[in-house]
Design a protein around this ligand. Structure first.
Ligand code: FNR
Length: 217
């Protein structure tokens, strides 16, 4: 079985973050052939395209970290019904300079925890919109809106509730299969061309045809 390297991004910068605990839990419950490395975001300056010609060390480190992983797992809180500013800032850095978007073709999954009943549902919808634009093939199901109460996930990432643990384990198993599907499709075919690239070309042709027919309406 292929081993995949997963970069995980915790959307919270707080030291006592419940989402950081959730990330630890997900790592513990993941299939053994997934390796994890954190992609840190907290030292990034605020992004501006003034940096595009010469990224600072923090921006380069982020791009290098993302280039070194097969897939990205986002574990994020919901702030004011959206994703935290620090996470959006990191995605903006990663998506640039123009033509060097780190998320293109990189499989991803989204999950988050909050004490509230919605369990970060709206933040996840915001994040999915952003990742769609960034051309990251996202796992669509299962969705995982985790409502936590104190003690359900310990500081070390142990999940004390059996049904929650089972669900998180299934989520990670599905993520592994998603990574496999996306990357298998991207592997070079016998003709030496990436099937993914061919698929994109066909999609582009269809897109151009559609916009032409729309214009003719
Ligand atoms: C929150 N919180 C929150 N919760 C929620 O379910 N929906 C929301 O829109 C918000 N908005 C929000 C804004 C800001 C600025 C803060 C600091 C908090 C509460 C949030 O879920 C709670 O603080 C979690 O502990 C945040 O996750 P981390 O940072 O501990 O991982």
């Amino acid at each position: 079985m292929t081993t995949y390297k997963v970069g995980y991004i915790v959307g919270s910068l707080a030291t006592a973050s419940i989402n950081r605990k959730l990330a630890k839990a997900l790592i513990r419950l993941a299939p053994p052939d997934l390796e994890f490395v954190e992609v840190p975001i907290k030292d990034l300056p605020l992004y501006s395209y003034d940096y595009d010609a010469d990224y600072p060390a923090e921006g380069r480190a982020l791009k290098d970290a993302l280039a070194s992983v097969d897939a990205v797992l986002f574990v994020t809180p919901e702030y004011n019904r959206s994703i935290p500013g620090g996470l959006k800032n990191a995605i903006d850095w990663a998506s640039r300079p123009p033509g060097q978007n780190s998320f293109t073709g990189k499989p991803s999954a989204v999950i988050g925890a909050s004490p509230g009943k919605l369990g970060t549902a709206l933040a996840q919808q915001s994040l999915r919109l952003v990742l769609g634009y960034c051309n990251s093939p996202q796992m669509t199901t299962p969705e995982a809106y985790i409502q936590t109460s104190p003690g359900v996930v310990t500081n070390d990432g142990e999940v004390t509730d059996v049904s929650t643990a089972r669900f998180l384990q299934k989520f990670m198993a599905e993520f592994r299969m998603h990574i496999d599907r996306v990357l298998a499709h991207a592997r070079p075919s016998e003709s030496g061309h990436s099937e993914r690239r061919q698929a994109r070309h066909l999609a582009g042709t269809a897109g151009a045809r559609n916009s032409r027919s729309r214009a003719n309406r």
